[in-house]
Design a protein around this ligand. Sequence first.
Ligand code: CAA
Length: 382
Amino acid sequence: MDFTPTEDQLSVQRVARDFAERNLAPKAAARDVSGEFPIAELRELGKLGLLGIAVPEAFGGGGMGAIAYSLALQELARGDAAVAVAVSVTNMVAELIAQNASPALAQRWVPRLVSGELVCGAFALSEPEAGSDPGAMRTLATRTATGWRLSGSKQWITSGDHAGAMVVWAITDPAAGRKGISAFVVDGKAPGLTVARLEDKLGLHGSSTAQLVLDGVEVDDDAMIGEPGRGFALAMLALDGGRIGIASQAVGIARGALEAAVRYAGERQTFGQPIIKHQAIGGMLADAATWLDAATLMTLRAAHAKQQGHPYAQLAAMAKLFASEHAWKICDIALQVHGGYGYVRDFPVERALRDVRVTRIYEGTSEIQRIVIARNLIRGSM
Ligand code: CAA
């Protein structure tokens, strides 16, 4: 299996790296303190074509596929993980709409999402009592003369307060269980849609996490993505792709932290030599570099399978599980190598450790990834 990046994919990666090094990394520490949402940066990323890299060209996207997308997202996360997650959710939402909605609905929303005009997208699936188990959602869609009225609340919605458009899941047929859930495109400024709370988080301070209340939000019939009752399966499909995004984000954060640790270990002297020459430090960094390489390859392998149109849910779950768990360990090693300096804000590894922690939780916790992987094993998929 050859998933060596092509020249085109490498050129998207270079554009993302250049943008991240010039516009994201220098401001990341300040954004972590201020919590300022990166509106200008997202608009700029839209102009550069980096908000919809994997979105079909017919809807204004780059049509570059999952490998270019993963490579670019790794670079953005290396610069500022808070910006990368907004990009990742926007791309996931845009792909979901482009590939599954009617052409008219897709044309209405996707070009404006990927151009940055709407700033970003949001994925409103989870609820206060339905996170790992979205089938237990309560948000209800009731019939009106021309469409549906949505009522309920959504929890942990990345960019929920800034998204110009979001996909909202709601029950359209309460008797049908998971097959009674449908997905709708909702205007971020729709009357009745309010932000009830913004979370105060351990990390990713430049990314907002909102609790949303839908109090009779009216949508037209044609706002539904696909057929009634297809919403749960659509959420699962979107999350398969989303998990490649989060694996890429974890890889990018870990790479930035490891680079900082190697740099520091080459400069910092103890007992008369750079600390990287002490076997205890060199060994930790060697483990971290090995895990990072494995995580990168697993992420690109999942992206390659997606791009080739092969089944990839299992590979995406494995990549997300391995990348997020090991990125956390890599960031911890990077902090440890810095000693006391790692624990203070003057060096970037303290922020990396806080930012990377959530990759083990969102878009399916590590425990959920193991469920997905084990179920695929039972079905005979290795
Ligand atoms: N692709 C397509 N269809 C799928 C699918 C997939 N990957 N996985 C399941 N389905 C279909 C099944 O085939 C089944 O359809 P049938 O009834 O026709 O057979 C249906 O969906 C129900 O499947 P399950 O019985 O497997 O469903 P389940 O309730 O047992 O759940 C689960 C399975 C994998 C645990 C799922 O609940 C899950 O992924 N949970 C985690 C949710 C999650 O990741 N949430 C993150 C929210 S987004 C986020 O974090 C926001 C952010 O902003 C970053």
